[in-house]
Structures are given as structure tokens and as C-alpha cells.
Design a binder for this molecule. Structure first.
Ligand code: NPW
Ligand code: ADP
Ligand code: K
Length: 466
């Protein structure tokens, strides 16, 4: 499991550790890790540190201090290091002195010839959009030169991944002590590049955000045993499709057949199309452990949704099923319930704009789980899964090629199948999104939704091999 912590949590752990260490020790640990990562990068790109031209963008706080001390270490190894302070009156004094003593120097303008740029403008102390002095330095980063962000790319909100205005786009982010949510959640995650964690010895409580990895998923997947039969493995029912959208039913069934349930039942007007493609499908009402309702349902079928929600099987509500949901009915349920909106559907459920959901995905998914009393999977770039007050799960797999009609139907079938296999709403959502994203990466792009479904068994097997 990869875990991420809010600024408040990191600050508290930092205070606790600092009280037990000599002054400045943590910053030296951070700078040593940062310099090592930069040296590694320079070795790969130009054969070594000696003679490399390194530019430091230096902000007024400790983030700038980290950059200056790391710059001093690189200067001692023969790099030509130039630091450009955002505010020359407010620059980490110890760091500036160390850099000068190591042979580096400070400048007013950003040199345009460089082998590496360190973004040490703002770390976890950054608030709001970059102020003009910081934005002006970011604008002067020479194009094509690799950028290493110190702790996080300046302009990215550490707690949410929100980006208000200009921000640094890094090739690598060297982060200290713990991942921050903004490094895992878009739009921030896309600005961070490859994230490298430097252990500085912080002791941390439970995380605010987490991301499953192969071993976590393999541990949650429902595998059949010698005593399994198709009913014990779980039956998933799909209520999807309409005369207008029969394909949604076929794609949801395609996902459900590869999600580990023992049988897939289809209820709706697209039975012929479903059977033509998947003769394995059971047709018509019957007992199930989990329902998937919504893909391609069209309008005027809220009654079917309400009826399923009144029952005691697990229910996944997607797409058209999400229209006019009754929060009180959802809150009254005791079986697992999972809502799987994309940003537009989430916006409608919250009564806000789609843009605000996309800009603040973490807040949106937390508000949805609170308001509807259900687990919520918010689809899109860096899919999030929230359930009650537990850590929000961010999906680390996936590809923008998934932004294609029908891929969400495959996801809902797959995830419903996992619910039928006995996973909780949050686990089914996180594991479903993970496999779906892994399968899509295997296909590459451009991809068809049905290819994603077909690649699911291979993705499932991949999770067993770390
Ligand atoms: N935590 C740990 O364990 C460790 C932390 N370490 C390091 O410390 C970093 C945190 O340092 P920090 O607290 O000094 O804050 P930092 O990010 O440098 O920024 C604050 C300064 O920026 C300014 N400013 C704010 N917003 C702005 C904006 N939008 N645009 C422009 N300016 C803005 C703000 O100005 P003010 O608001 O005061 O006017 C203030 O001067 C952390 O990320 C990590 O690198 C490691 O050394 C060791 C272990
Ligand atoms: N930019 C993106 N990056 C990664 N995944 C994306 C992106 N946009 C959409 N997706 C994924 O593609 C799928 C689309 O689902 P959805 O919007 O319900 O489409 P549809 O209703 O056509 O099936 C979801 O799994 C979503 O997370
Ligand atoms: K930074």
C-alpha cells in the first residue's frame, strides 16, 4: 500500500521528530536524499555530476533551504550551481552560506543553459496560486531541461492536488518523509512526474489517502477454492441497457463475466444482444448477491433503481441509475452500496459544476460519501474511492485512452462482480478500478471498451507478480 498524508499530519510528525534531533538534522536528511536523486539523474543523462550546470529556483521558506543545501552537495561534487532566489531578502541564510562555501553562486536571472533545474520555490508551505514573483521564475525555466521538484511541484496544493494558475511540471519529484495526497491525485499528480520518496524517519499515524499496489489487490481478489461452486462464488445481476443503448448491457456483462463471480444474470430489454455475445449469461430475475444498475438504462427507470435499493443485496449504481437518487433511501440500507459517477454525474449529485468537481476531486468524493452514506467511486483521471471517514483510495493504474465510450460500463460490471464475490463497496471499487486500469494499459491505445474487458483475466494474473 502506498500511503499519503496531509500537511497537518506531516507537520505534526516533523515537530515530534525535530524535538529529538539536533537542529537542522531533518533538512540535512532531506537535502542528502535530494542531492543523491539529482546525481543519479545527472549520471543517467550526462554521465556524471562533474561539470553539470544546475539551476536552483529558491523560494523564501524551508523548501528553498532544501534546494540550497542539495545544491551545495552537488557543487562539492563539481557541478556549476546557480541559485535564483524568488525574494533575495528572504532566502534561507544557512543554505545560501553553504552553497557559497561550496563554490556555488546566487543570481537574479534564470540561466538558460542548464542540465538540471531544481524547483525549490514552494513545498508544503505553499498556499493558493503562485504569486507573481514565483510565477515569473517558473515561466523562465528553460524548455526541454529536466526539472526535479523539491518535495512537490510548486503551485500544486499538497493536500488536494488542486492547481490554481501556473505551476511547475516536473520530470521527477523528490518528496520527504511521506507522499502528499497532491502527488497522487490529478491535476497535481500529472505535474509531479516520477515520485521518489526520501525516508527522513517520520513516524506517521493513519493516512488520509492510499493507493493499492499489486500485492494488496491480489490479497483482496476473490479466488475460488476446492469447495467453491458457482453460487458460493456469488451471482451478479446486471440491470442495464435499453432499446437505445443495448451495447451498455453487453459491455457491463463483459466486465461482470471477468470479475470473479460464479454467474452473471441479466435483466432488461437487451437480453438478445447479451446472449448473442455471451451465452454464459443467465437471463431474467432471480437471486443475486449484488446488482449493477444503470449503464445505458435511459430515462424513466428510476423505479427499478429504487426497487433494488430497497432490497438486501449489495447494489452498484452507475450512469443513468444515478439520476434523482434518494439520499435517505441510500442511507437506510445495510448491504454494501457503491455509486460510480464520472465528474458530470458527481456534479449533478452534489448540485455543483462539473469544473469544480474536476478541480477538487478529493473534496467532491468525500462530500458524496458523506451525503449519500454509500461508498463512492469517482471516475476520471486518477479515479478516487471513498467510504465514510476512511482513507480515500486513489487508483494508480489506468490511462487516458480509457476515456472512450463504454469503458465505464465494463468497469461497473467488473466491480459489481467483485461485490458479488463478497468485497466491501470500497474494496470492490478500488480493486475494480485497479484491474480495469491495468487491463487498459495492457491493451495500449487507441482501445475499445470490449478489449479492456478481454484483457481483464491477464490483468488479474499480473497482480500476483509484484
Ligand atoms: N515537513 C518536514 O518534515 C520537512 C520539511 N522540509 C522542507 O520544508 C518545506 C516546508 O517549508 P516551509 O514551511 O518553510 O514552507 P515552504 O513550502 O518553503 O513555503 C513557505 C514560504 O513560501 C511563501 N509562499 C506561500 N505560498 C506562496 C505562494 N502561493 N506564492 C509565493 N510564495 C508563497 C510563504 O510566504 P508568506 O506566506 O510567509 O509570505 C513562505 O515564505 C517542505 O516542503 C520541505 O521541502 C525538509 O527540509 C525537512 C523535513
Ligand atoms: N483522462 C482520463 N484518464 C484516465 N482514465 C479516464 C480518463 N477519462 C476517463 N477515464 C476512465 O474511463 C472510464 C469512463 O467511464 P464513463 O465516463 O462512465 O464512460 P462510459 O459511460 O462511456 O462508459 C472510467 O473508468 C474513467 O475512470
Ligand atoms: K517545490
Amino acid at each position: 500500500m502506498r500511503t499519503a498524508y496531509s500537511v497537518e499530519t506531516v507537520r505534526a510528525a516533523e515537530r515530534e521528530l525535530m524535538a529529538r534531533l539536533p537542529e537542522g538534522a531533518l533538512m540535512q536528511r532531506a537535502a542528502a536524499g535530494l542531492a543523491a536523486a539529482c546525481a543519479g539523474r545527472l549520471r543517467r543523462t550526462r554521465g556524471g555530476v562533474y561539470g553539470a550546470r544546475v539551476v536552483l529556483l529558491v523560494g523564501p521558506g524551508d523548501n528553498g533551504g532544501d534546494a540550497l543545501y542539495a545544491g551545495a552537495r552537488l557543487a562539492r561534487r563539481g557541478a556549476a550551481v546557480t541559485a535564483v532566489p524568488m525574494d533575495p531578502e528572504r532566502t534561507h541564510p544557512g543554505g545560501s552560506a553553504a552553497l557559497r562555501a561550496a563554490g556555488g553562486h546566487l543570481a537574479r536571472a534564470v540561466p538558460q543553459r542548464a542540465d538540471l533545474v531544481l524547483d525549490g520555490l514552494l513545498g508544503i508551505g505553499g498556499r493558493g496560486g503562485l504569486r507573481p514573483a514565483a510565477a515569473a521564475l517558473v515561466e523562465r525555466i528553460p524548455p526541454g531541461v529536466p526539472v526535479v521538484a523539491v518535495d512537490l511541484p510548486s503551485g500544486v496544493d499538497a493536500d488536494t492536488g488542486e492547481v490554481a494558475g501556473p505551476a511547475v511540471t516536473a520530470d521527477v519529484t523528490v518528496t520527504f518523509g511521506a507522499y502528499k495526497p497532491g502527488l497522487l491525485i490529478d491535476p497535481g499528480a500529472s505535474r509531479a512526474g516520477a515520485v521518489h520518496l526520501v525516508d527522513i524517519g517520520l513516524e506517521l499515524p493513519s493516512p488520509q489517502v492510499e493507493a493499492l499496489q499489486h500485492a494488496d489487490v491480489a490479497g483482496l481478489l476473490p479466488e475460488p477454492t476446492a469447495t467453491s461452486d458457482k453460487y458460493r462464488r456469488g451471482v451478479v445481476g446486471i440491470v442495464a441497457g435499453s432499446a437505445q443503448y443495448p451495447g451498455a448491457a453487453v459491455l457491463a456483462v463483459a466486465g461482470a463475466l471477468r470479475g470473479g463471480a460464479g454467474a452473471v444474470r441479466y435483466v432488461g430489454p437487451a437480453a438478445e444482444a447479451v446472449l448473442a455475445r455471451y451465452p454464459e449469461t443467465l437471463i431474467g430475475p432471480g437471486r443475486v448477491q449484488a446488482w449493477v444498475v444503470g449503464p445505458g438504462l435511459g430515462e424513466g427507470r428510476a423505479g427499478e433503481v429504487a426497487e433494488l435499493l430497497a432490497g438486501d443485496a449489495a447494489v452498484l449504481v452507475d450512469a443513468d441509475g444515478l439520476r434523482g437518487l434518494d439520499a435517505a433511501a441510500l442511507r437506510a440500507r445495510s448491504a454494501p452500496t457503491l455509486l460510480t459517477p464520472h465528474a458530470g454525474e458527481a456534479a449533478a449529485l452534489l448540485g455543483v459544476s462539473r469544473e469544480s468537481v474536476e478541480a477538487g476531486r478529493l473534496d467532491a468524493v468525500r462530500m458524496l460519501t458523506q451525503r449519500y452514506g454509500a461508498a463512492v467511486l469517482l471516475k476520471g483521471s486518477t479515479t478516487l474511492v471513498a467510504s465514510g471517514g476512511a482513507a480515500v483510495r486513489v487508483n494508480p493504474t489506468g490511462t487516458p485512452w480509457l476515456a472512450t465510450a463504454g469503458s465505464g460500463d465494463v468497469l461497473s460490471g467488473l466491480t459489481g462482480s467483485l461485490l458479488a464475490g463478497g468485497l466491501s463497496g470500497a474494496d470492490a471499487g478500488a480493486v475494480g478500478a485497479y484491474l480495469h486500469g491495468l487491463a487498459a494499459r495492457r491493451v495500449g491505445g487507441p482501445l475499445l471498451a470490449q478489449q479492456v474487458a478481454e484483457a481483464l483475466p491477464d490483468a488479474w494474473q499480473d497482480t500476483r507478480h509484484p
